[in-house]
Design a protein around this ligand. Structure first.
Ligand code: FAD
Ligand code: NAP
Length: 331
């Protein structure tokens, strides 16, 4: 099976064994098949956060299950169980329409619900982890069912146990979310505060609309230009390094973190300072409106894309002594 149409960076890669599942029974069957073949498949959602470096992989398991169930309702909250193959942005919009709040800042993030906990998706000052009640998953090798409470998931900034300790070991089947029946308005993120400043009392829909408008104005649509969103993580570095860099680069964007000894830098700013914003080498380049987004204008090789990315990383390291980590998962 050719995976090029199934990854938003549009990289060429063929899977020897490819199975798409949309029910629990089909998932059980697929897991038995891969186990018998001794293949650990790539678990695939919408392919918006992966880099396919290899031109061939042994197996790929695409999760396409659908369904949203209202499990419980109290005066203030609801608990929804959402199948892993549901589209994330459709869920955000349908929750808003139903009066279930919290997810508005996470509007328009591409991908599936099942992938969302893997990197604890976040945007505009909100992270998925704030709303996770439980994650239901299978052991990728034994097929056994397990349930984690939010506290078991080791959620952190764009991280979770599924991306680290349990990497290549789980298939998330469903995500249980605890949402509020009362509006939650979070405009602390500077760009969002500015975008809603003209509204006296913003509603959840105002927040969702402002986020969608900002994202559409800045981010390339993967349907039109291949990309995987932010290609590098924002580095979190020691305060001493930040202070020493600030003596030379007074405008350097930096933010506090929960650790007073560390600060977060904007990788996009570092990349732009190295002259990469809007710059291409061959088919690969950093986007003209958002320097953190690596775009592919027709390349097909994941290896070549990663060579380009290393060029960007090397420049940043030479100028700032900071090595950028790649955010999407590389296969
Ligand atoms: P995939 O790319 O298919 O998979 C990503 C990883 O999750 C892989 O390791 C895969 O094995 C694993 N995975 C997928 N499904 C499952 C499952 N059911 N069980 C177990 N593991 C699974 N991310 C943000 O956090 N914030 C943003 O604002 C944001 N904006 C983006 C904007 C653009 C234009 C793009 C292209 C990407 C953006 N992303 C953002 C990254 C991406 O959308 C998210 O990481 C998203 O959750 C990936 O979903 P997916 O279904 O495409 O996952
Ligand atoms: P932006 O507003 O131009 O800001 C640049 C960077 O500064 C962001 O990465 C953000 O960090 C950080 N930042 C800005 N204001 C902040 C604050 N008040 N406190 C802490 N950090 C702050 O960013 P953008 O590119 O337009 O993206 C907007 C949001 O969408 C961001 O949250 C970003 O993470 C998210 N996004 C993510 C992806 C992805 O693939 N992961 C792709 C596109 C957009 P954070 O990234 O930590 O928020």
């Amino acid at each position: 099976m050719e995976l090029k149409p199934l990854n938003t960076l549009a990289l060429n890669c063929a899977a020897t064994h490819y199975i798409e599942v949309d029910t629990c029974a089909a998932l059980s069957h697929a897991l038995r098949f891969f186990s018998t073949e001794k293949v650990t498949p790539i678990v695939l959602g919408d392919g918006s956060n992966i880099v396919l470096r290899s031109s061939n992989v042994a197996g790929c398991l695409k999760v396409s299950s659908r369904g949203v169930k209202l499990l419980s309702e109290s005066a203030g909250n609801v608990i929804l169980e959402v199948a892993a193959g549901e589209n994330w942005n459709n869920l955000v919009d349908s929750c808003l329409a139903a009066g279930y709040h919290g997810l508005e800042n996470l509007a328009l993030i591409p991908g599936t619900v099942g992938a969302a906990p893997v990197q604890n998706i976040g945007a505009y000052g909100v992270e998925l982890s704030e709303f996770v009640d439980q994650i239901k998953f299978r052991n990728l090798h034994s097929g056994e069912r397990e349930t984690f409470n939010a506290a078991d998931c080791e959620f952190a900034y764009r991280e979770s146990i599924f991306k680290n300790r349990l990497r290549d070991a789980t298939v998330i089947e469903a995500v249980r979310l605890r949402l509020s029946k009362k509006p939650i308005i979070n405009c602390r993120y500077e760009a969002l505060a500015k975008a809603t400043a003209h509204i006296d009392t913003p509603t959840p829909k105002d927040i969702r609309d402002a986020v969608v408008k900002m994202r559409r104005s800045k981010l390339p649509d993967p349907q039109r230009i291949a990309n995987a969103g932010s290609f590098f993580k924002n580095p979190v570095v020691d305060v001493e390094l930040v202070d020493s860099l600030l003596t030379e680069y007074k405008e350097m964007v930096n933010y506090p973190t929960s650790d007073p000894l560390k600060r977060k830098l904007a990788a996009a700013w570092l990349i732009e300072q190295c002259g990469w914003k809007g710059r291409f080498e061959g088919q690969f380049g950093m986007h003209e409106h958002q320097a953190l987004v690596l775009v592919n204008k027709g390349g097909s090789s994941g290896k070549m894309l990663l060579e380009f990315a290393d060029g960007v990383r090397n420049s940043v390291f030479e100028k700032f002594s900071i090595w950028l980590d790649i955010e999407p998962r590389i296969y």
